[in-house]
Design a protein around this ligand. Structure first.
Ligand code: AMP
Length: 216
């Protein structure tokens, strides 16, 4: 099963993708995580992407399209994947279609997570992840059960994203509105788009997604 989670920064795409990975045995492909790994490794792509990401803008389509094309050919994607953060522009969506066609793969569901923009700033500026296993938390809405200890792996070190600041979130939201939202009608016209309420509690959102995935 191949699915896309769509929504603005802070909609909960990463949180839900991790849950779906466990429930359905399909792999999360998060282009933001891939780019952050490239930045950390100091690759040519990372060097090009870093100032763009810091400004909250979108990295050029050709870089992202090549990244995903290479990734979906890896063995762990054979059972399916959840695209989280890709496609983010109409050219990326069209390139994805071509990629899937070439490989005789199908897009099963595109799920838009709708959220109240006013809530996004608080969601994004409060979030952090376990440095060891990547589990996501929020300082108000989703704290680890034991203070300072990851529920999943027991890790005690946590990180925050450099671009999760009040200033950058404005640019990221503007990029979403201008460049990513136009792909919604693209998928609607193909009949694969479902919209869910991303403001519901984490577990309720997971159930709403699961109900869509169970549709034929
Ligand atoms: P994310 O972790 O999905 O919020 O992505 C973090 C940043 O990485 C974005 O603000 C963009 O600068 C860049 N990025 C991630 N995915 C894409 C994409 N599909 N196209 C362009 N830029 C991207």
């Amino acid at each position: 099963m191949n699915i896309i989670l769509l929504g603005p920064p802070g909609a909960g795409k990463g949180t839900q993708a991790k849950r779906l990975e466990e429930m359905h045995g399909i792999v999360q492909l998060a282009t933001g995580d891939m780019l952050r790994a490239a930045v950390a490794a100091g690759t040519a792509v990372g060097k090009k992407a870093k100032p763009i990401m810091d400004a909250g803008k979108l990295v050029p389509d050709d870089i992202l399209i090549a990244m995903i094309a290479e990734r979906i050919d890896q063995a762990d994607c054979a059972r399916g994947f959840i695209l989280d953060g890709f496609p983010r522009t109409v050219p990326q969506a069209e390139a994805l279609d071509a990629m899937l066609r070439e490989r005789r793969l199908k897009l099963d569901h595109v799920i838009e997570m709708q959220v109240d923009e006013a809530a996004l700033l608080e969601r994004v500026t409060g979030r952090f992840t376990c440095s060891t296993c990547g589990a996501s938390y929020h300082e108000i809405f989703n704290r680890p059960r034991a203070e300072g200890i990851c529920d999943v792996c027991g890790g005690t070190s946590f990180t925050r994203r450099a671009d999760d600041t009040a200033e950058t979130i404005k640019a990221r939201l503007a990029a979403y509105r201008a460049q990513t939202a136009p792909i919604l009608p693209y998928y609607r016209s193909k009949g694969v788009l479902d919209t869910i309420d991303g403001m519901a509690p984490i577990e309720a959102v997971t159930q709403a997604i699961d109900a869509i995935l169970r549709q034929p």
